[in-house]
Design a protein around this ligand. Sequence first.
Ligand code: HEM
Length: 86
Amino acid sequence: MAEKVYTFEEVVKHNNNHDCWLIISGKVYDVTAFLADHPGGDETLLESTGKDATGDFEDVGHSKDAKDKMKGLLIGDFDESTLPPQ
Ligand code: HEM
């Protein structure tokens, strides 16, 4: 089955500690259930909503463990054409 594709407008609605989605490397992740467990804290994840968080994620130099963890949080693809100009 094809993965669901989300627009920026849709993703940015999910920007709080009860409902938190992130855009990283063209994919959309629902990190709500992971907020309390994130070793970098829930605030860092919340601060990475409302934008393309690829740079934030890469700057930390996340481990293979982190990348494996991400796979379970993936909910779909991001439609890059909907990203507003920075
Ligand atoms: C789905 C997305 C993410 C997952 C699954 C994730 C997972 C993890 C994991 C497992 C660690 C422990 C260190 C490691 O294994 O690399 C970590 C550390 C960290 N993460 Fe994330 N992370 C995500 C997104 C982000 C984002 C968007 C930021 C924003 C800057 C961030 C900031 C940090 C920081 C600052 C640490 C270091 C904590 C410390 O060692 O003091 N993470 N993350």
